[in-house]
Design a binder for this molecule. Structure first.
Ligand code: NDP
Ligand code: GDR
Length: 356
């Protein structure tokens, strides 16, 4: 019989890739979407080919702040596997909405685990928690492993820390097959437009098409371990296929600065960026024309920054056979190419109407 999975956060970047992956494996996939005044299912619309005719992909309304609703969905679906991907996932925004972030990302995790326990599903429903490299805080040198200490540096990271330890506790106390994926940054053409990779690839494409003048960023020195979301959702699934639950780092083992990211993205559009000035005066200039394309805006700085993250995925490699397939250069190239394709139509329309 086909396995049944429930994905919270199915309308997000990872949720959409995971739904595709599980459907291809023959699962019945249920996803929770939140009520919105406008459509919020763009990333999964292609999966709802025939929503009324026996499709194996089902969407239900729900919210991580609504324990009763989550309990009812789980009671009705009785999933073999739950993937908890829903979150207020923007670190900078968590400083503006700390209590909401704690409720959704921290308490939301507890609500799902309590539902599994109270519904008597502890022996039958496996649980994946979207934990994060933000738990480490980025103040330590060297590659980070499952044993490295946590030092959260944002309301987002503190909420995820609560989620992480709740998963460990429910595993130890009630024997639930519950695992934490400590995932380092992973991106894709489906990444939200306000995360730095997508902001940069979209701007490089828009500037090259004459749709944008300049890109404003915060900390250019921040370094991240960036992989591709498509590779990482496979790791989530692998964790739930093991005989025993556990906690695993998924990462590429490489780190790059935001400055490197910009240089590479603009290079994909034929522009060589030259970095001039220092500190708050630093800017990225088109080496050929001298035009300033990247400037700093302190509005994008964070009250506490995570300076550098680099993961060591050795445990996942050995125990799960997981490894990333797409490297940093391939990731940036794919994202810029897709943003160029998306923006091309807008550029054509603007030219046709004489706007540009
Ligand atoms: P996204 O921001 O793209 O997706 C988040 C999802 O959660 C969306 O479907 C969103 O709905 C949903 N959501 C937000 N608030 C609620 C709520 N109150 N109730 C129900 N659903 C809600 O994140 P990603 O796909 O990038 O990340 C997936 C998970 O992995 C998140 O938990 C994130 O914190 C974590 N993570 C991500 C990493 C990354 O690099 N991408 C790395 C490590 C961890 P809507 O579409 O309506 O906004
Ligand atoms: P992060 O991702 O905070 O690592 O969280 P983000 O892309 O937002 O920031 C990465 C780094 O880039 C610096 N930065 C900027 N960031 C944004 N968003 N916008 C800017 O203009 C900008 N300029 C510089 C940031 O300061 C930061 O150092 C992501 C999310 O997906 C989390 O949910 C997830 O848990 C972690 O990755 C792992």
């Amino acid at each position: 019989m086909a396995k049944t999975a429930l994905i919270t956060g199915v309308t997000g970047q990872d949720g959409s890739y995971l739904a595709e992956f599980l459907l291809a494996k023959g699962y019945d996939v249920h996803g929770i979407k939140r009520r919105s005044s406008s459509f919020n299912t763009a990333r999964v619309d292609h999966l709802q080919i025939a929503p009324h005719s026996g499709s194996r992909f089902h969407l239900h309304f729900g919210d991580m702040t609504d324990a009763g609703g989550l309990m009812r969905q789980i009671a009705e679906i009785r999933p073999d596997e739950i993937y908890n991907l829903a979150a207020q996932s923007h670190v900078r925004v968590s400083f503006d909405m700390p209590e909401y972030t704690a409720d959704v990302d921290g308490m939301g995790t507890l609500r799902l685990l309590e539902a599994i326990r109270l519904l008597g599903l502890a022996d039958s429903t496996r649980f994946y928690q979207a934990s994060s490299s933000e738990l480490y805080g980025g103040l330590q040198d060297g590659p980070l492993t499952e044993e490295s200490p946590f030092q959260p540096r944002s309301p987002y990271a503190a909420a995820k820390l609560f989620g992480y330890w709740t998963v460990v506790n429910y595993r130890e106390a009630y024997g639930i097959h519950a695992s934490n994926g400590i995932l380092f940054n992973h991106e894709s053409p489906r990444r939200g437009e306000t995360f730095v990779t997508r902001k940069v690839t979209r701007a490089a494409a828009a500037i090259s098409l004459g749709l944008q003048e300049k890109l404003y960023l915060g900390n250019l020195d921040a370094r991240r371990d960036w992989g591709h979301a498509r590779d990482y959702v496979e790791g989530m699934w692998l964790m739930l296929q093991q005989d025993h639950p556990g906690d695993y780092v998924l990462a590429t083992g490489e780190t790059h600065s935001v400055r490197d990211l910009c240089s590479r993205a603009f290079a994909e559009t034929g522009v060589t960026l030259e970095w001039r000035g220092e500190g708050a005066e630093e800017r990225g200039v088109d080496a050929e024309s001298g035009r300033e394309l990247v400037s700093l805006d302190p509005v994008y700085l964070r009250p506490t920054e995570v300076p550098v993250l680099m993961g060591d995925p050795s445990r996942a490699r050995a125990a799960l056979g997981w490894r990333h397939r797409t490297d940093f250069a391939g990731l940036v190239a794919e994202m810029v190419a897709e943003d160029l394709r998306l923006l091309q139509n807008e550029a054509l329309a603007r030219r046709a109407y004489g706007v540009v």
